[in-house]
Design a protein around this ligand. Structure first.
Ligand code: KG4
Ligand code: ZN
Length: 381
């Protein structure tokens, strides 16, 4: 089936067209279009995302992205509006000279995220669903991140392999369960145990700041622009990770929870006690490198303890912070030491996008799970 997906939970307006097939043991995805309009430049002067500004931009960007998707779509064209007679023609979201390749379902993020921003996507999806006469399914943004690694798959299960339980074929390799998944984003830091694609258990999560939030706050302390993660990573490459001994919160506690607020405060105090001028470049790079190392050490230690305890056969890293190369490298190295295959989405699908929302929508369609089309800012996984 073809799924048109919409994502507006934060500061990226995104629309994607994804072809999905296969059952829950072997779902397959082909991304036909993946369009993103970033609002980063708009929010940057405020040092973070302003919810109502985000909503305004989503409302402006969604019809533009849809138009772009239609204009660039070279698939077999069939105008679904023709089925609908004159209904909604006056306020049609589809420009008259465009037509949409047949789609079977619309998936839209309903949470977690900024509620005004989420509503912009939900209202748009509902109207488009009515116009095209196709079902609209709510999707959980965190499930989108979690399943985004499925977009990296290269090939398809053969029939005989599909009948084998708990195994997915990805090109020349298979995904074996159980799997440990680490979701690291601007709003969440969550460790999950996956028995298969539909059965999971939350092992732990952050008790205060998410790790992405810590990167953003530390970047602000260092006078770097929003979003801070990529900026810190850039500086860290030039600094010494062992230069400053920042704390590793909760590292030795026998649970799977995290805490990053103390680490951020430690950076704040350190910079107050030392003259951190933009001209003192080596101090700046050392703070970035040492902070990044402290955060990675905690994430890796807890994740590996879970991999070991549950005898996991694979380890999934996802969410915006999964774009961090040092974190990816450390988790890959340590997972492979424990004979667990390291899985992460293609770099383009780490940060917010709509292709992952199509995947989450399809998995929930297969699971028979339905989310209400109501924005839920504090939705969890
Ligand atoms: O998943 P995402 O795009 O949005 C949320 O759902 O929150 O994650 C955004 C977060 C931001 O905090 C950003 O600073 C962080 O991901 N991030 C990074 C990197 N790229 C993005 N953090 C560390 N290193 C990176 N390269
Ligand atoms: Zn996200």
């Amino acid at each position: 089936m073809k799924i048109l997906a919409i994502e507006t939970s934060c500061d990226e307006t995104a629309i994607a067209l994804v072809k999905a097939s296969g059952g829950i043991k072997a779902p397959r995805f082909k991304v036909l279009k993946n369009l993103i309009a970033s609002q980063i430049e708009i929010h940057r002067p405020f040092g973070g995302v302003v919810p109502n500004l985000a909503k305004r931009e989503h409302i402006k960007n969604l019809p533009l992205l849809l138009k772009q998707l239609l204009a660039s779509s070279r698939s077999k064209i069939k105008d679904q509006r023709s089925k609908l007679g004159s209904r909604n023609t006056k306020y049609s979201l589809l420009p008259t000279h465009y037509s949409l390749p047949p789609i079977d379902m619309i998936a839209v993020t309903v949470g977690p995220g900024l509620e005004p921003a989420l509503w912009a996507g939900i209202e748009f999806a509902k109207k488009l669903g009515e116009e095209l006469d196709v079902p609209v399914l709510g999707a959980n943004h965190l499930e989108g991140h979690l399943y985004s690694f499925l977009l990296a798959q290269k090939a398809v299960n053969s029939k005989s392999q599909a009948s084998k339980p708990k195994r997915l074929k990805f090109g020349s390799w298979s995904l074996k369960f159980p799997s440990i998944a680490l979701i690291v984003s601007g709003g969440h830091t969550t460790l999950l145990l996956l028995k298969d694609l539909k059965t999971r258990k939350k092992l732990g999560e952050t008790r205060d700041d998410a790790v992405g939030e810590a990167f953003d706050k530390v970047a602000r302390i260092l006078g770097l622009p929003y979003p801070g993660g990529p900026e810190i990573e850039k500086l860290a490459k030039r600094g010494r990770a062992d230069a400053i001994e920042f704390p590793r919160p909760m590292l030795n506690q026998k649970n799977y929870d995290f805490s990053f607020s103390g680490l951020k405060t430690a950076v704040l105090y350190y910079t107050r006690d030392h003259e951190l001028l933009p001209t003192n470049y080596s101090l700046l790079t050392n703070v970035a490198a040492s902070f990044q190392k402290a955060a990675i050490d905690v994430l890796v230690a807890k994740t590996m303890r879970a991999v070991s305890e549950y005898n996991a056969k694979s380890m999934i890293l996802c969410g915006g912070v999964a774009a961090n190369k040092a974190l990816r490298a450390a988790l890959k190295r340590e997972s492979e030491k424990l004979n667990a295959r390291f899985l992460a989405p293609d770099p383009q699908f780490n940060t917010d996008n709509a292709a992952m929302i199509a995947v989450a929508g399809y998995i929930n369609y297969l699971r028979g799970k339905k989310y209400k089309l109501i924005a839920k800012g504090d939705m969890n996984i």
